[in-house]
Ligand binder design. Structure first.
Ligand SMILES: Nc1nc2c(c(=O)[nH]1)N[C@H]1C(S)=C(S)[C@@H](COP(=O)(O)OP(=O)(O)OC[C@H]3O[C@@H](n4cnc5c(=O)[nH]c(N)nc54)[C@H](O)[C@@H]3O)O[C@H]1N2
Ligand SMILES: Nc1nc2c(c(=O)[nH]1)N[C@H]1C(S)=C(S)[C@@H](COP(=O)(O)OP(=O)(O)OC[C@H]3O[C@@H](n4cnc5c(=O)[nH]c(N)nc54)[C@H](O)[C@@H]3O)O[C@H]1N2
Ligand code: SF4
Ligand SMILES: [Mo]
Length: 682
């Protein structure tokens, strides 16, 4: 008799929300995914991408054997041989050019948890400081803002808030479980403000949609600061007790009158006043959530600092329904930064963007790609890349392809032959998240969950298995002593007081946190111990101490050749960046991203919905089908194009040569552009 299908309870990792799932498995084959009602993060709810996990792991194009380039062709080879050859080539490069000419790159599909730290551990174990990742354009811009102002990224307590502010974030598309938390807060009477140039999905549901022009958020925040100061409606006790630089910030913000802000941002004075009223009315219980929309600008971190400073004035810090600080689960640290910092080897980009390196030990990917092509500041020769597809997701794709192709050795670990894998010397098949076991924390609710592997494929390695096997071949075995994922998990958990067996028995996770209570934060983890509304540290590094507002270039120096401001990358529900485009029903549903245009702009160019238009920036040009939106959905002379499609590649248009001054994040959301009709219908 056939054994009945088995249910494996684990977490979905089709995006970083990591919902609890029940996976039905028969004979090692994944049949179906449904929600795990017992998991406290998603309570059984799933988004459309969870079922696509089945299509992904069973996909006919899934890579199952290691591949080696032979000219234009690929040759299959046994895993052990592939690892031997890769290690030999790395060894030769290290002997000839030094360890720092080798790098690792981790992509979004393996971010945050231990897989990321394994990549960091590996590269330091073999003596190079060059850890690269998608985080040179993801969340570290906001993290840097938080580190500078508050010293840490707190939990934004949406569920208990009286006013929720989604500032440059669109959770209905990007983090469905946050949407549920917003809904729960609203049921209890909370108001919702969405700050977004576009009428995003969350803005549609909001009590107030505030629509600044792209990259002008700093002016809006400074205007709100001025208003709170002038009306005396700020938390004086908190400001006096726990902040530095209030007087200077208040004096600087005083120039941002409602008129000035209206002219700069396009937000009417009445809307600014209404936003200030909603913020004030919440009595400090304001859940202010900054999103990815704020990061991809030349003035990103200062805008973010100004926005986060509002927390101090509103008195949200340490307050239930505001921003609360919860101790993290004390897992063992896999990285080697304390043992082997390697900073004397000049991590790529650390001198150019010291804050990026300081807050996250992140090398700067765009500097690294340049180093491959120019040898400046030194030649980067080899890269092991896992879980990312920078050929489609990094700015200026043409240059990314050129740089990755120029490496002496590129090894890519992926589930599929992606645009990036196609440039590699070796492509290794990677285990999917369903074929690994890892420790994951949901810090918002203080729950730790162990994921369970549904089974392993013969030549397909987990993240740990790969780094272990290459490190051992390169003489760094001492850093990778654990036999498998399970042993590693046991070691990671040791300081927590929670055992592996306990987690294995509780697929719905184990709580380590306690519900938030109002707390007087005595000391913030900044240099001064205070909330730094003005940063002496930034001043020492040659930046402004205050979060000064700099106009985006498209407003400061308008160029008639590029009359539009192009935003890219607003998330689409179906796809995780470049992922899932190979799933037939998703591709049929959305074969190309639409170029979002205001109806009057489209009409002025003689374009109708569905026509093909050519978008051109100083970096490149693509043809895209026009999506004419309603007049209230997008400001005039603004455009939006989502990234991730190979056929209409938004990153052929974005800048790898213009950065936020502090974080080094590339300019991808206020890009000067022009649009022309091509005379074709899509
Ligand atoms: N389905 C799906 N979910 C995902 C992802 C995915 O690719 N697909 N990616 C994941 C990742 S890696 C990330 S980082 C998160 C990001 O998740 P979020 O932080 O929620 O980012 P987005 O969903 O892109 O929403 C950003 C919003 O910012 C707006 N915006 C653009 N420019 C500006 C500006 O100058 N000012 C303001 N105020 N707003 C602006 C855009 O219009 C957009 O609505 O999503 C994660 N979730
Ligand atoms: N223009 C523009 N570009 C952007 C953005 C934007 O807003 N605008 N947003 C940026 C942001 S925030 C981010 S985070 C980046 C993300 O950019 P990337 O890090 O490149 O992310 P993905 O495109 O999702 O690529 C993930 C790859 O990992 C593979 N994969 C899936 N699961 C696994 C696994 O378990 N193991 C391994 N080894 N591989 C796996 C997938 O097949 C896929 O090829 O994109 C950025 N690009
Ligand atoms: S939100 Fe969707 S894709 Fe993300 S983890 Fe949950 S079910 Fe998976
Ligand atoms: Mo991201």
């Amino acid at each position: 008799m056939e054994p009945p299908p088995q249910i494996v309870q684990t977490l979905c990792r089709m995006c970083d929300d990591r919902c609890g799932i029940d996976v039905r498995v028969e004979d090692g084959c994944v049949l179906d995914v449904s929600g795990n009602a017992a998991h406290p993060w998603n309570h059984g709810r799933l988004c459309v991408k969870a079922r696509a996990a089945v299509d992904t792991v069973n996909h006919p194009d899934r890579l199952l054997r290691p591949l080696k380039r032979r000219g234009e062709d690929w040759e299959e080879l046994p895993l052990e041989q592939a690892l031997d050859e890769i290690a030999e080539r790395l060894q030769a490069i290290i002997a000839r050019a030094g360890a720092r000419s080798v790098s690792v790159w981790k992509g979004e599909a393996i971010g945050f948890a231990q897989q990321e730290d394994l990549a960091r551990r590996f590269i330091h174990a073999i003596g190079s400081p060059n850890y690269l990742s998608n985080d040179s354009m993801c969340w570290v811009g906001r993290f840097a803002g938080y580190k500078l102002v508050l010293g840490a990224w707190p939990n934004v307590d949406i569920e208990n808030a009286r006013c929720v502010v989604m500032w440059g974030a669109n959770p209905p598309h990007s983090r469905p479980n946050l949407t549920q938390r917003i809904t729960a807060a609203r049921r209890r009477g909370a108001t919702l403000v969405a700050v977004d140039p576009r009428l995003s999905a969350v803005a549609r549901r909001a009590d107030l949609h505030v629509a600044p022009l792209p990259g002008t958020d700093g002016a809006l925040a400074l205007g709100l600061i001025r208003e709170l100061v002038e009306t005396g409606s700020y938390d004086r006790t908190f400001i006096e007790r726990a902040t530095l630089g209030f007087e200077d910030l208040a004096a600087y913000a005083s120039d941002f009158t409602a008129d000035v802000v209206e002219r700069e941002t396009g937000v009417p004075a009445a809307v600014q006043a209404e936003m200030a009223r909603l913020l004030r009315a919440a009595g400090g219980r304001v859940a202010l959530y900054p999103g990815n929309g704020l990061e991809h600008h030349e003035n990103g971190v200062d805008n973010i600092r100004a926005i986060l400073s509002l927390n101090a004035l509103l008195g949200t810090l340490g307050k239930v329904g505001g921003s609360v600080f919860a101790p993290p689960l004390p897992l063992r640290d896999l990285t080697l930064y304390d043992q082997r910092p390697l900073t004397d080897l000049a991590p790529l980009g650390a001198d150019r963007f010291p804050v990026l390196y300081e807050v996250r030990r992140e090398c700067h990917t765009m500097t690294a790609l340049n180093a491959i092509l120019t040898g400046e500041p030194y030649q980067l020769r080899a890269m092991l890349l896992a879980g990312g597809n920078p050929a489609l997701t990094n700015p200026n794709s043409r240059k990314v392809v050129e740089a990755l192709s120029a490496l002496e050795l590129l090894v890519v670990r992926d589930l599929f032959m992606t645009e990036t894998a196609a440039l590699a010397d070796y492509v290794l098949p990677a285990a999917s998240f369903l074929e690994r076991s890892e420790v994951h924390t949901h810090h918002e609710i203080g729950v730790v969950t162990l994921t369970t592997s549904v089974g392993q494929l013969p030549e397909v390695q987990t993240e740990y298995g790969f780094w272990r096997d290459v490190a051992r071949r390169l003489g760094a075995a001492e850093y990778f002593p654990w036999e498998d994922d399970r042993e590693l998990n046991r070691w990671l958990l040791e300081p927590t007081g929670i055992t592996l067996e306990e987690l294995e028995a509780r697929p719905e996770g184990v709580a380590y946190g306690v519900p938030p209570v109002d707390t007087v934060v005595e000391r913030f983890p900044t240099r001064s111990g205070k909330v730094e509304l003005s940063s002496a540290h930034l001043a020492e590094l040659g930046y402004d101490a205050l979060p000064k507002y700099r106009r985006p270039a498209y407003l400061e120096a308008p160029d008639p050749a590029y009359p539009f401001a192009l935003m890219t990358g607003a998330r689409s529900l179906l796809f995780g960046h470049s992922r899932s485009h190979n799933i037939r029903r998703f591709a049929d549903e959305a074969p190309a991203p639409g170029l979002e245009m205001h109806p009057q702009d489209a009409a002025a160019l003689g374009l109708s919905d569905g026509d093909t238009a050519r978008v051109t920036t100083r970096i490149g040009s693509v043809e895209a089908p026009v999506r004419v939106v309603a007049a209230n959905e997008l400001p005039r002379r603004c455009l939006q194009l989502t990234h991730g499609w190979a056929n209409v590649n938004a990153n052929a248009l974005t800048h790898d040569d213009r950065f936020d001054r502090i974080s080094g994040f590339p300019l991808m959301k206020s890009v000067e552009a022009r649009v022309e009709g091509t005379g074709g219908a899509a």
